[in-house]
Design a binder for this molecule. Structure first.
Ligand SMILES: [Mn+2]
Length: 322
């Protein structure tokens, strides 16, 4: 790992302006990793910007709450406009928590700036960002936060407690509360974050949902079917939801005995249907989702299908399950 840290540090030092970008619909792992990196870059006295796909007011409520708490830190944010003046002479983009061109917060930025570093923990799939100056992809990591916390420690960079708390939330979300992809290194990273001032209560506060959302989800869990021995499927309705909503339902289904794989299908946009897949044991859902143009990890993966109905998406999925 030390070699990777040194290589990133070298690149940061050799550039003047650093743009940090997570994926669209930023989650706590992407946000926590980006913020940690932002703190690191700032220590090298470089101009640094966190590039987001949308204004904070149209983000997920829990992410909005996090940004509210981040206000005193005056982090420089960009939203896909007015960035050209900031590019300067010698810019670098660091992409975290995705390696797919179309998934980054603002794909256009990748056309404008040629020096790109990718740091991700998903299994490499199609549509990855080509021509990077460096790419560190390690699918044995629970989250990118797990990597970043060690990088901060290596450089002796002290993180503000609020950033540590957001990073801890990142590990919690990506592991579904230490149920998936969790190794000794995941607990070690969490322990480091607590030592750096992460507040577990604050983390829980970030992750709270409304009672209405909880009951709505329960209703879908109730309506899910066993479509094959050990395979559960939940069909949502036409209401537009976020990708993470699908993931949470699939994860809920895995809590039950005799369910070894769970799939949730729902509408992500007027012409996009999403499928979120979760599994236990030797069922590789990454392969299944990759067959539909998606990707992810062995035990958790997803795909997005354009221009088809929920029922058509179900048929495509059933073909693969069978
Ligand atoms: Mn992640």
């Amino acid at each position: 790992m030390v070699e990777v840290f040194n290589q990133i540090t070298k690149e940061i030092k050799e550039h003047d302006t650093i743009f940090i970008m997570g994926h669209q619909e930023i989650d706590f792992d992407a946000l926590g990793s980006a913020l940690c990196l932002y703190e690191i870059v700032s220590k090298f006295e470089k101009d640094c910007y966190l590039f987001l796909d949308r204004p904070i007011t149209s983000m997920d409520q829990s992410i909005q709450n996090a940004f509210e708490k981040l206000k005193p830190l005056s982090i420089q944010l960009l939203f896909g406009h007015n960035y050209k003046k900031k590019i300067g002479n010698n810019p670098l983009i660091i992409v975290v928590d995705t390696h797919k061109y179309e998934r980054v917060a603002y794909p256009k930025l990748l056309e404008q700036i040629k020096d790109v570093i990718v740091i991700d923990h998903h299994i490499k799939g199609n549509g990855y960002i080509k021509d990077t100056i460096m790419s560190y992809m390690n699918s044995s990591l629970s989250s990118v936060v797990e990597f970043m916390v060690h990088y901060a420690k290596y450089l002796n960079v002290e993180l503000p407690p609020i950033i540590s708390s957001i990073m801890l939330a990142g590990i919690s979300v990506d592991t579904n509360e230490y149920r998936m992809k969790t190794t000794d290194a995941t607990f070690e990273a969490s322990s480091l974050l607590m030592k750096m001032g992460a507040d577990n209560i604050q983390k829980l506060e970030f992750m709270r949902e409304t009672k209405e959302d909880y009951l709505k989800r329960l209703d879908f869990v109730k309506k899910s079917d066993i479509v094959k021995d050990g395979f559960a499927l939940c069909m949502m309705d036409e209401q537009i939801v976020q990708a993470k909503d699908l993931a949470i339902i699939s994860e809920s289904l895995l809590q039950f005995k005799k369910i070894n794989a769970a799939f949730t299908i729902g509408r992500l946009d007027d012409d996009i249907v999403g499928i979120s897949a979760r599994s236990l044991g030797d069922i590789n859902v990454e392969e299944m989702m990759e067959a539909l143009g998606g990707g992810g990890h062995y035990h958790e993966a997803a795909c997005q299908l354009k221009g088809i109905s929920l029922i058509e998406a179900k048929h495509k999925l059933m073909d693969i399950i069978r």
